[in-house]
Ligand binder design. Structure first.
Ligand code: F6P
Length: 327
């Protein structure tokens, strides 16, 4: 029989994403509403291993829904990858009577949760918190909407100066293994091309297309490069293109971590609040070791072990749209 969940821990892990605070607030307040005690685990799994755990109440999550980052802080914890680290973490939960966990993070964080729950029989619920949107089984991840809007706002500004100087700009966006920010920001900003890790980059095709555009005096071009593109980042591409087309005026702009910060959009606040609420409901109802996703505006509960095996695939339709609309 499933044990009743009476005390839960909540943590944020991996790269932070805007909306994590809204998710924490939702978990804390839903739990308290249901008579469940809540503990905040600081610095992701590190706080569990090092016993950095604080009691939370309704007030501790006041005035955070609009803030980026995470009040619980985050990290990528190496010790938790080892059995001894996880044992220490378990003992720290056990001494407080914590018998349920909500983990807000990406696929690496879910992997940790899955191993931990199978070793110590602690129910774990994941909330997909990543700007990369690379978790299969959900239409949304907390933070993607804010990050992509930050990128688009920046790219629009770059377009102004690109237009003024007739230049080619290579704009690098985040996404070590995933091209979602690149493809969405590329479509939304009218980019000529988008380079993503999920697809082999044909650089000679890019050279051909730029030469042809140069001939017809189309000199303003924006190319969006995901940082994890297999050809390399925007700097590598710039070197290659300058060598092949010396007449080209090329500039590189790496957007970097500004995409991870900032006040979450309304979409991110709402999905984070919905997911946080349902995470606690899952623990109460005994739905364990799943992550909460949203598909077609309905809540979905996907086993953590499935989430860690699959990657969100890039929709081919989006790739075609970039190509056709940039002609
Ligand atoms: O959170 C995901 C992500 O933003 C990736 O897109 C990026 O490659 C990575 O995190 C950067 O991580 P860090 O901040 O640790 O350098």
């Amino acid at each position: 029989m499933t044990k009743k969940v009476t005390k839960i821990g909540v943590l944020t892990s991996g790269g932070d994403s805007p909306g994590m605070n809204a998710a924490i607030r939702s978990v804390v307040r839903t739990a308290i509403y249901n008579g469940i005690e809540v503990f905040g685990i600081m610095h992701g799994y590190t706080g569990m291993v090092e016993d950095d755990i604080i009691k939370m109440d309704s007030r501790s999550v006041a005035n955070i829904i609009q803030r980026g980052g995470t009040i619980l802080k985050t990290s990528r914890c190496k010790e938790f990858m080892e059995p001894e680290g996880r044992k220490k973490a378990f003992l720290n939960l056990e001494k407080r009577g914590i018998n349920g966990l909500v983990i807000i993070g990406g696929d690496g964080s879910f992997r940790g949760a899955q191993i931990f729950s199978s070793e110590f029989n602690i129910p774990c619920i994941g909330l997909p918190g990543t700007i990369d949107k690379d978790i299969a089984g959900t239409d949304f991840t907390i933070g993607f909407d804010t990050a992509v809007n930050t990128a688009v706002e920046a790219i629009d500004k770059i377009r102004d100066t690109a237009e003024a100087h007739d230049r080619l700009f290579l704009i690098e966006v985040m996404g070590r293994d995933a091209g979602y920010i690149a493809i969405h920001s590329g479509i939304a900003s009218g980019a000529e091309n988008v380079l993503i890790p999920e697809r082999k980059t044909d650089v000679d095709e890019i050279v051909k297309s730029l030469k042809e555009k140069e001939k017809r005096k189309k000199l303003v071009n924006l190319i969006i490069v995901a940082e994890g593109d297999e050809f390399g980042g925007a700097n590598d591409l710039s070197v290659y293109l300058k060598d092949k087309i010396p007449t080209l005026e090329v500039r590189v702009c790496i957007l970097g971590h500004i995409q991870r910060g900032g006040s979450p959009t309304c979409t991110d606040r709402v999905i984070a609040s919905r997911m946080g609420f349902h995470a606690v409901e899952c623990l109460i109802e005994g739905k364990h070791n799943v992550f909460v996703g949203i598909v077609n505006n309905k809540m979905h509960y996907i086993p953590l072990n499935e989430a860690v095996k699959k990657k969100q695939k890039i929709n081919q339709e989006l790739i075609n749209i970039v190509k056709i609309l940039s002609t």
